[in-house]
Design a protein around this ligand. Structure first.
Ligand code: MG
Length: 236
């Protein structure tokens, strides 16, 4: 899983270097696919439940699961890129939100806070805690700044499949859910909205957007529970 995580992290580093006004989401997806394959891994999202691409690319009010296409990035947008890779039968999964050129202060703060939410959750990813300790930490951090925490999509266990038990919600009470044990690996992935938490799915059947049209950010790491500090497998 460390190998898979490293492929995902390197791919997100590479794609970050290519975020600029004018590039299309399809071009970014092609870069992602070619890079993952060149690492000796396989893109995990492609054909997953018939998803047609290797990366989920979601702009501004799009929360997650955006389908790459002809849309070109524009200065001032924020773009979330979520990718998975499988190598030797094990999965890695991570997401980052990037600024396209100069973005507004409010979008910058949203991205910074979402990263802080992820960090707060990871800090609770320790043996002996309940899964809910992660959930509560993410929710506290987001709501303390007035942001909405997406409820209908959650993080997840990960291993020989991309989505395994347990679910890792980004909201809830610290005594919710199963107890964390050393050896578990979780994908922790706060999806944080500048406005309300409510989201809806577009007619394409994939793209999830905020109901109020306000921007949303998404950061995700694959994290191993150890007998000591959590180990982030998808660190840059
Ligand atoms: Mg995930």
């Amino acid at each position: 899983m460390r190998k898979a995580g490293r492929v995902v992290a390197r791919t997100l580093d590479m794609v970050g270097d290519n975020i600029k006004p004018g590039i299309t989401t399809k071009q970014l997806d092609t870069l992602v696919e070619e890079f993952i394959l060149a690492c000796g891994a396989v893109p995990a999202f492609k054909d997953y439940h018939d998803f047609p691409a290797s990366a989920c690319i979601s702009i501004d009010e799009e929360v997650v699961h955006g389908i790459p296409g002809d849309r070109a990035l524009k200065e001032g947008e924020i773009v979330s890129i979520d990718i998975g890779a499988v190598i030797d039968g094990f999965y890695g999964d991570a997401a980052r939100t990037y600024a396209v050129g100069e973005v507004s202060e409010s979008k910058k703060t949203l991205m910074e806070y979402t990263k802080k939410c992820l960090k707060a959750g990871i800090d609770k990813a320790r043996a002996g805690n309940k899964v809910g300790a992660i959930s509560a930490a993410v929710q506290d951090k987001a709501e303390s700044n007035g942001y909405g925490v997406v409820r209908s999509l959650v993080g997840h266990g990960i291993g020989r499949s991309m989505h395994e038990e347990p679910q890792v919600p980004n909201f809830g009470s610290s005594d919710d859910g199963p107890e964390l044990k050393a050896g578990m690996v979780l994908a922790i992935e706060p999806m944080i909205n500048a406005g309300g938490f409510d989201v809806k799915t577009m007619p394409d059947g994939w793209t999830v957007v905020t109901s109020d049209g306000q921007p949303s950010a998404h950061f995700e790491h694959t994290v191993a529970i150890t007998s000591g500090d959590p180990e982030i497998l998808t660190l840059s």
